[in-house]
Write a protein that binds this ligand. Structure first.
Ligand code: 13P
Length: 338
């Protein structure tokens, strides 16, 4: 394994920095635009991503950006490819390569993420376009009798084959099992489902000869389901998450980056901060947020040309708050001081 991949994986979780997930599929970004009453045309999507990526000094707290197939091929108004723009601002371009979670045959309510067919060729093309890391997301549903061992295995195997193909192509794989917050399960059920998923995932990654030092794990925090009657404090979530990760994530993984998964932007920051205050773990604990970085920015921009500055200020603020949380140096009163 080349040193380059180890260096790139570590650069993505460098101190005070984390990843911006801006890889919403065309269907998902339409949902986000619907909320602000904006048509999801290719030009609006380009303008939105341009607003995010040209935010002044965004590279201070964003190490890399995950792009979608359409976005990695787009350019600024001045014709600068987004990939070049990101690189010149000190950020590493990445690409989402899975093709989505599909129903798993014979396993009602469970999914397996697809996208292995033709992946070697797609990775080569993305590398030519400038991608240096990739993402594959599997979703795990906690419910009555789920997740099953079958669904956990199917997703772990697919993620391991994806990761191996990435490393063959000199692209750092982010493996992302997301235990969904949907449901009324308690925090222990999330901890149990996450632990089982991680054990199976790392066993398959090793079996497929993936070099863990050239990967990143992207995962959920350990939280109760959204509908659970037993909600808990940020400190409890942080303690449970550090406990589960410490027992189930090998120490040669350079970093664990969290998804926000429907947490509010301030919860996502506060919980990451609490974990980094605990400290004492072998990997970096960082962020790879989509909604928790973008939501205030999208709302402030609102699709209005004259609000580009407001949208950029909102993104820069969230990036800075999360940069502070990387060192356990965030406090909620910094929100209003902005
Ligand atoms: P959220 O932070 O909005 O969950 O998105 C992160 C992500 O990339 C999910 O795959």
């Amino acid at each position: 394994m080349s040193d380059w991949m180890h260096t790139t994986a570590r650069a993505l979780v460098a101190a005070d920095k984390g990843i911006l997930a801006a890889d919403e599929s065309t269907g998902t970004i339409k949902k986000r635009f619907d909320a602000i009453g904006l048509d999801s045309t290719e030009e609006h999507r380009r303008q939105y991503r341009q607003m995010l990526f040209t935010t002044p000094e965004i590279g201070n707290h964003i190490s890399g950006v995950i792009l979608y197939d359409e976005t990695i091929r787009q350019s600024t108004d001045d014709g600068v490819p987004f990939v070049k723009l990101l690189e010149s601002a000190g950020m590493i371009p990445g690409i989402k390569v899975d093709t989505g979670a599909k129903p798993l045959a014979l396993f009602p309510n469970e999914t397996v993420t697809e996208g292995l067919d033709g992946l070697r060729e797609r990775l080569a093309a993305y590398r030519d376009l400038g991608a240096r890391f990739a993402k594959w997301r599997a979703t795990v549903i906690v419910g009555d009798g789920t997740p099953t061992d079958g669904a956990i295995l199917a997703n772990a195997h697919a993620m391991a084959r994806y990761a191996a193909l990435c490393q063959e192509a000199e692209i750092v794989p982010i493996v992302e099992p997301e235990i969904l917050m949907d449901g009324d399960h308690d925090i222990d059920a999330c901890a149990d489902a996450t632990a089982r998923t991680l054990d199976e995932l790392f066993s398959h990654l090793r079996l497929m000869r993936v070099d863990l030092a050239g990967t990143l794990l992207k995962v959920n925090m350990i939280v109760p389901g959204k509908g659970s009657a037993n909600q808990v404090s940020d400190a409890e979530i942080a303690a449970a998450t550090v406990r589960v990760l410490s027992s189930h994530v090998p120490s040669d993984v350079p970093g664990v980056v969290f998804l926000s998964g429907g947490m509010s932007d301030e919860q996502a920051t506060s919980r990451l901060n609490e974990m980094n205050r605990i400290g004492g773990f072998p990997w970096e604990l960082s962020f790879s947020y989509g909604r928790a970085l973008q939501a205030p920015s999208l709302a402030a921009w609102g699709g209005r040309h004259e609000s580009v500055d407001a949208g950029q200020r909102a993104l820069a603020h969230r990036a800075r708050m999360n940069g502070l949380a990387r060192a356990g140096a965030y406090s909620p009163d910094m929100e209003s001081a902005a």
